[in-house]
Design a protein around this ligand. Structure first.
Ligand code: APR
Length: 251
């Protein structure tokens, strides 16, 4: 019997008072969103992550860094949520309507979960779609076409930067605490489309395992956690999640 046919898997969904989900780049892959490193193609292929994704890089060359992030922002706006995003939004709505708890934690900066209807998403690595002034701190949602000046300027005259967490920066403490608290309280924890190598995000799986939650992994490839989780499914999230959520909500 493969894990997906295990009746105990569906029972775990139906019996969980609090489902907590951690997503990574794999969940957006079927929407055509390139991972950070995969996006370093064409004109960008001569750069590496450290040239573009650190506060030092922005200080050194704000025009280059803001062009790179604005291009990624525009590319994600041209992509659509896939079946995996939609299924997670449906699971949240179904659980909350039944008075149960649901927490979605993502490492993705693309906002596709929100566009699919997910609410109160904990964005561990920030988002491409809010830019803030490095001078006065004013933050603004950006959902329009490509910027016309690089870096974009704040009304106070300061440079504006993307609201993503760069290498060498701390995650937002409030977001991380809320995520760790949810992982600690989870009855069922899903780790979806993440290589589970980047910390502290991957440590949330340890928190859930330590708290004796049942843990489901969905990934095309094995990860360091595959042998420790309760069910490890080798599948595409966009294909397996709609099926699982149908079963979970049918009870
Ligand atoms: N369905 C399920 N899993 C998939 C799919 C899919 N359709 N496509 C890819 N995967 C899996 C891959 O096998 C891989 O394990 O998704 C994982 C993606 O791993 P990463 O690219 O390392 O993405 P992620 O885990 O989100 O990376 C964490 O690292 O690059 C930084 O800050 C960036 O948030 C990112 C963080």
């Amino acid at each position: 019997m493969t894990a997906i046919n295990d009746p105990a898997l569906i029972e775990a969904f139906r019996g969980a008072g609090h489902v907590v989900v951690l997503t990574g780049a794999g969940v957006s892959a079927e929407s055509g969103i390139a991972t950070f490193r995969d996006a370093l193609t064409g004109l960008w292929s001569r750069f590496n992550a450290e040239d573009l994704a650190t506060p030092e890089a922005f200080d050194r060359d704000p025009e280059l860094v803001s062009r790179w992030y604005d291009e990624r922002r525009c590319k994600t706006m041209a992509c659509e949520p896939n079946g995996g995003h939609v299924a997670l939004a449906r699971l949240q709505a179904g659980m909350e309507a039944a008075g149960r708890k649901f927490t979605l934690i993502t490492q993705n900066v693309d906002r596709l979960h929100q566009r699919a209807g997910s609410r109160d998403v904990l964005e561990l690595h920030g988002t491409l779609h809010v830019w803030r002034c490095v001078g006065c701190g004013e933050a603004k949602l950006e959902s329009g076409p490509a910027f016309t000046e690089f870096p974009p300027k704040c009304s106070c005259g300061g440079n504006r930067r993307p609201g993503v967490v760069w290498f060498g920066e701390n995650l937002d403490g409030g977001v991380l605490n809320a995520a760790a608290d949810a992982a600690q309280r989870a009855d069922l924890f899903l780790t979806l489309g993440t290589s589970s190598v980047v910390h502290p995000a991957a440590g949330l799986i340890d928190v859930a395992l330590g708290a004796k939650a049942k843990v489901v992994e969905v990934n095309l490839q094995p990860t360091a956690y595959s042998k420790r989780v309760t069910w490890s499914l080798r599948a595409k999230t966009g294909e397996v999640l709609p099926w699982l959520v149908d079963k979970a909500l049918a009870g």
